[in-house]
Design a binder for this molecule. Structure first.
Ligand code: SAM
Length: 230
């Protein structure tokens, strides 16, 4: 369970109505029951339900059960697509171990803006389901030009018009993956990306993938070589 209070041995965590109801009424857990909690910064802890009230619950934190995860420092920069696909992309990228999510607005991006709270709660649920102890950061959307100017690391640019195969072009180390919108990058955008410092065009095969498929294919290729997979 993700909790927003910093965790330490012996500390208490006050749950409000939502999680209290889920644990008490859905999971049928009562005083003394054990559960695993994480705060996104200090790894995973064993906690025990200490007190149950109307629409609230107190947990007593006991010992740490896992160190904070150390995932490769990879950013997925993506042009938001339709809501359901963006939701899916955030959930799958979180499961795959992405560290940062950076929405990038391009000329053909369909989504005018993103629903941060919604995407953050999707990332929390995905982290709870897959057992992550770190939540990916979700940055505010930024324009492509500003994004490129701010980028200071290898930029693996998923380009269906050609590039080295991802598994060959990608190297270990902090990196950013950039994927375009359903409508693709314009020629001007493609020229601008290719000209920006650190840009490495990568191919994800001979087929035209949906943006969310390309994002995850590129992230998978990176995670496989980044040694995140024991
Ligand atoms: N030009 C595409 C078309 O003709 O439909 C539109 C863009 S594609 C649906 C969405 C994005 O996925 C692209 O901007 C690119 O970043 C990425 N992508 C799709 N297929 C790819 C491939 N085979 N190699 C690399 N990137 C790919």
């Amino acid at each position: 369970l993700f909790v927003r209070t910093p965790l330490a041995g012996g500390s208490a965590v006050e749950l409000d109505a939502g999680p209290a109801n889920y644990l008490g009424n859905v999971m049928r857990l009562g005083p003394g029951a054990e559960l695993l909690v994480f705060d996104g910064a200090t790894g995973e802890w064993l906690a025990r339900i200490a007190d149950v009230g109307r629409k609230r619950m107190t947990l007593r934190v006991e010992q740490q059960t896992r160190e904070q995860e150390s995932v490769p420092d990879v950013t997925l920069a993506f042009a938001p697509v339709k809501r359901a696909q963006t939701d899916w992309l955030v959930e799958k990228a979180t499961e795959l171990g992405v560290r940062h999510l950076q929405p990038v607005m391009t000329q053909r991006t369909v989504a005018e803006r993103i629903k941060r709270e919604r995407l953050e709660s999707i990332a929390v649920e995905a982290a709870e389901q897959c057992g992550r102890t770190l939540l990916p950061s979700l940055a505010e959307p930024v324009g492509l030009k500003a994004f490129l100017q701010a980028n200071e690391r290898p930029l693996y640019f998923a380009d269906e018009n050609g590039g080295e195969p991802a598994a060959i072009a990608m190297k270990e180390g902090p990196a950013t993956i950039l994927v375009g919108p359903e409508g693709g990058f314009t020629d001007d955008e493609r020229t601008m990306v290719r000209a920006s410092a650190g840009a490495v065009p990568i191919s994800l095969g001979p087929r035209i993938l949906r943006a969310e498929t390309a994002a995850l294919a590129a992230l998978t290729a990176y995670m496989a070589l980044a040694g995140d997979w024991r």
